[in-house]
Ligand binder design. Structure first.
Ligand SMILES: C[S@@+](CC[C@H](N)C(=O)[O-])C[C@H]1O[C@@H](n2cnc3c(N)ncnc32)[C@H](O)[C@@H]1O
Length: 346
């Protein structure tokens, strides 16, 4: 399984070439070398992956505050060595687990018959427990742990009984046993890759304190009131394995990692972020969409004018627009949906 084989709200998988074109139009990087790229809200990580293939880029800083995304970046991007034969052996062992021989676990008790079939949830829970044991007993390294954990996250997410996120599961359907434990394919790169799990504003502020130098800061915050930590709560639970108490029909834990970008204070948060990033970066690239008149929860938090007013004082801005299939929960209609890319040269 590859990095992009994932359903994720707001992933820029289909906008990568356009982002590249925008950056090249105002900033010819063809003759540059050792450029640094800061993926401020990295999500799936596909944007960093795309630029990593370009020889002009030598350093990547990837950040997202979700535990599941952090584990996924460690698995795909951290360049520590791992023993592929050992991982394949463990994979084969996990693939042969027989749910009939397994005892109930946290995952089967809460998610069995809901987000997964009961048998699949038993196996997912068993694998998650074993991963902690393998790490604790030092039978696998930290890198190997992350590869195996990301493989579990991808393998589970792929077959989950959802419409792509965990706000709800589909009811009145008979759940089949579909779980197959597949390994992810880690990415090889010569670039220096730094991985963070921090609040983006706090990290940008730290960078100012450290007098960092970033060539391109790519800023792709959440657009609307839907919190990523709530949407992907099950992956968060699986990543940390802290077995939190769960609430409501969708079995969510207590809220954590709540983003200011999904709330009324989005403008304030964005302004603070931009002001700090402008102190350490040469080019800011901001993607945002223009969804409005839709379901209120899907409406954007920042208006174009607000973004422009915040960017204008720090640099020269250009705005590019692209058609893009909007995220829709199925209830709303999106007319003239456009993805916007703001480029700001400091
Ligand atoms: C629109 S998505 C980014 C998508 C990404 N560019 C991609 O192509 O996959 C926004 C991301 O920001 C993260 N996020 C939201 N608020 C954050 C914050 N305050 N600090 C760090 N990450 C945050 C979310 O977890 C989510 O993954």
């Amino acid at each position: 399984m590859r990095l992009a084989n994932r359903r994720y709200t707001g992933a820029k998988t289909r906008l990568l070439k356009q982002i590249d074109v925008v950056i090249r139009e105002s900033f010819d990087y063809s003759k540059a070398h050792n450029l640094s790229f800061f993926d401020v809200f990295a999500g799936t990580g596909v944007v960093s992956e795309y630029f990593m293939e370009k020889p002009q880029f030598g350093r990547f800083v990837m950040n997202d505050f979700l535990d599941s995304n952090f584990a996924i970046y460690q698995a795909f991007f951290a360049q520590d060595c791992f023993n592929i034969d050992k991982l394949k052996e463990i994979q084969a062992y996990f693939q042969h687990l027989d749910s009939k021989t397994l005892e109930q676990n946290y995952y089967s008790e809460h998610f069995g018959g809901k987000f997964f079939s009961h048998n699949d949830a038993l196996i997912i829970g068993e694998i998650r427990e074993q991963l902690d044991k393998l790490l604790q007993s030092r039978q696998i390294s930290q890198k190997e742990f992350y590869v195996l954990l990301a493989s579990l996250l991808y393998s589970s997410d792929r077959i989950a009984n959802t419409v792509g996120h965990y706000d709800a599961y589909r009811k009145n359907i008979s759940l089949q046993d579909r779980f197959i434990y597949e390994l992810i394919e880690p990415i090889k790169s010569n670039a220096k890759i730094e991985i963070y799990k921090e609040d983006s504003n706090a990290l940008a502020k730290e960078f100012v304190g450290q007098k960092e130098h970033i060539d391109i800061a790519f800023i792709d915050p959440p657009y609307n009131s839907r919190q990523y930590s709530r949407f992907y709560h099950l992956l968060e639970t699986l990543a940390t394995n802290t077995k939190p108490k769960l609430y409501g029909v969708a079995l969510k834990p207590q809220p954590q990692n709540i983003s200011r970008y999904c709330k009324v204070e989005a403008k304030e948060a964005f302004k603070d972020l931009i002001e700090n990033l402008a102190k350490v970066s040469k080019v800011l690239v901001v993607t945002y969409n223009n969804t409005c008149n839709a379901n209120v929860r899907s409406n954007v938090r920042l208006k174009d004018k607000e973004i422009k007013d915040i960017l204008e004082p720090v640099g020269k801005i250009s705005l590019y627009e692209f058609d893009y299939k909007a995220f829709s929960s199925g209830k709303s209609s999106f007319k003239n949906h456009k993805e916007r890319v703001f480029l700001c040269q400091i």
